[in-house]
Write a protein that binds this ligand. Structure first.
Ligand code: SF4
Ligand code: SF4
Length: 108
């Protein structure tokens, strides 16, 4: 017991002072998905394959919406995209109080 107390007194804290000190991301961390509108043909395959119904593709207006609150970062959209227009970033996005929807279009 005494040994444990002494260890805890003189060791660095096991926790970080978040948000002032954030943990580095690992190379293969699952952060968030990013759409590249350059090659996208708005086929809608990513939306059909998404198990969380997080993607909405509008073929008429050529826009894609990603609801980050629904996304479970499973990478299914990335593997199903025929144009390789979606990539997985290892950077995490910050928690938010309100629903965050990323919208991409041919002009963005
Ligand atoms: S699957 Fe790829 S090409 Fe098709 S709409 Fe989604 S991002 Fe665009
Ligand atoms: S990573 Fe998975 S849950 Fe997120 S948008 Fe793609 S298919 Fe949907």
């Amino acid at each position: 017991m005494f040994k444990l107390i002494m260890q805890n007194l003189f060791h660095k804290p096991a926790t970080r002072k978040y948000p002032f000190e954030t943990r580095l991301t690992f190379e293969r961390s699952r952060g968030h998905v990013i759409f590249n509108s350059e090659n996208c043909i708005y086929c809608g395959l990513c939306a059909r394959k998404c198990p969380a119904d997080a993607i909405k593709v509008d073929r008429t207006n050529k826009t894609i919406e990603l609801n980050t609150f629904r996304c479970i970062i499973c990478s299914e959209c990335i593997t199903s995209c025929p144009k390789k227009s979606i990539i997985l970033s290892n950077e995490r996005i910050y928690p938010a109080k309100e629903k965050v929807i990323f919208k991409v279009s041919k002009n963005s």
